[in-house]
Design a protein around this ligand. Structure first.
Ligand code: ZN
Ligand code: ZN
Length: 381
């Protein structure tokens, strides 16, 4: 058969699977009957090809899950600030093209040999950390500090696609009744929870959160639903600041006006969570604080000039936070218990097709809403 005879057939097949996906439930697409062997031959995906080049594409369907692997039908996937950072800078591109996305929920669709931790039909979220399990830090249970750490979406294909294959170690089950759009917040919430655990706050101690993007907002709501801690939130974007203050029952404050002693909490603020990563913001903070801990979780750009004597004399501790340690199950539980509070942060919902356009908007600083959520499989919601 000559190549040009194949082309119309290929197009027809692609249209067939696209329409099947739009109109039929998953069971029809993946029949369990041994007599019916229909499987999709391609899937919709969003891949990062190089710096500044992200594309919506129809690509080959992922293959069969291998030993200890799980094939997941992705339901919802969030766009992270680090996705946009990688798109703008290419800093973490280790292979290309790569299906992006490390914050997602879905349904187990097929399991490979040896998989015992989950079964077909389970609702799950992905653990974003690709760790080696054998370096000294992994052996000590510090997988987020793995010497060979990569992330889903970069080191391996991620969740901006209809299907993804993950090692079973990166599968975290969530309750079958948990809304899968809410569950897709588990990964960034785990980061926020890890940041809070690094600060080791006592009950009732006030906290200032700088930056009302997803991590700051999720950490603020986590505080609000688990404690009566007085909260201050600050963001240059007034809409975001107002929204998070309302959702987390926090007081809005500008960094310029912030005073460690004389502030709306009525207490001395000794703990700050910075999600901006902005060197100017961090330097400004240091100048305003004494006897304090600043937790740094934002990915920014640029460097900061530090006078170590200032940290010494004022006893200021800077605490780095990288991803999360063992907080993912707790994040899943919190989301299941408080879906409305956390769900208020999700906007807008977009399609896979619209994702490259949204990347461009976010990269240009056009932010509306707090967490952009890609809706991939409506039937699984
Ligand atoms: Zn993320
Ligand atoms: Zn390791």
């Amino acid at each position: 058969m000559s190549p040009n005879l194949l082309i119309p057939k290929w197009h027809a097949t692609r249209r067939f699977w696209r329409s099947m996906r739009a109109l039929t439930p998953m069971q029809t697409r993946f029949p369990t009957s041994a007599t019916n062997t229909f499987e999709p031959i391609e899937m919709r995906a969003v891949r990062l090809h190089k710096t500044g080049d992200i594309r919506f594409e129809h690509i080959d369907m992922v293959g069969e899950p291998g030993p200890n692997e799980v094939r997941v039908s992705v339901s919802f996937a969030g766009i992270c600030g680090s996705d946009i950072h990688n798109y703008k800078t290419g800093q973490w591109i280790s292979r290309a093209p790569s299906i992006a996305g490390h914050e997602f929920s879905g349904v187990v669709e097929k399991t490979g040999p040896g998989v015992e931790s989950c079964q077909v039909g389970d609702h799950i979220v992905a653990d974003s950390r690709c760790y080696c399990s054998s370096c000294p830090n992994c052996l000590a249970g510090e997988h987020h500090l793995c010497r060979n750490l990569g992330f889903v979406g970069e080191a391996i294909d991620g969740g901006f696609a209809e299907y993804v294959i993950l090692p079973q170690t990166l599968i975290q089950k969530c309750g079958q009744d948990t809304r899968l759009d809410i569950a897709a917040l588990a990964e960034p919430l785990a980061v926020g929870l890890h940041a809070l655990s690094r600060l080791q706050l006592d009950a009732g101690q006030p906290l200032l959160i700088l930056g009302c993007g997803p991590i700051g907002a999720l950490a603020a709501i986590a505080c609000a639903v688990t404690s009566d801690r007085p909260l201050l939130v600050s963001d240059m974007n007034a809409e975001r600041q107002t929204r998070v203050a309302r959702c987390a029952k926090a007081r809005p404050v500008t960094l310029n006006e912030f005073d460690q002693v004389d502030n709306p909490t009525g207490q001395v603020v000794r703990h700050v969570l910075d999600t901006t990563g902005n060197p100017g913001v961090i330097a400004g903070l240091i100048s305003k604080l004494t006897g304090s801990q600043i937790c740094l979780v934002g990915i920014g750009a640029g460097t900061i000039e530090l006078d170590p004597v200032e940290l010494v004399e004022k006893e200021i501790a800077l605490l780095g936070v990288h991803a999360f340690k063992d907080e993912l199950p707790k994040a899943v539980d919190l989301l299941a218990a408080h879906p409305d509070q956390f769900g208020a942060l999700i906007a807008p919902f977009i399609s896979l097709e619209a994702t490259p356009e949204r990347y461009a908007e976010l990269a240009n600083g056009k932010v509306s809403g707090i967490k952009t959520m890609i809706e991939i499989a409506r039937e699984a919601r």
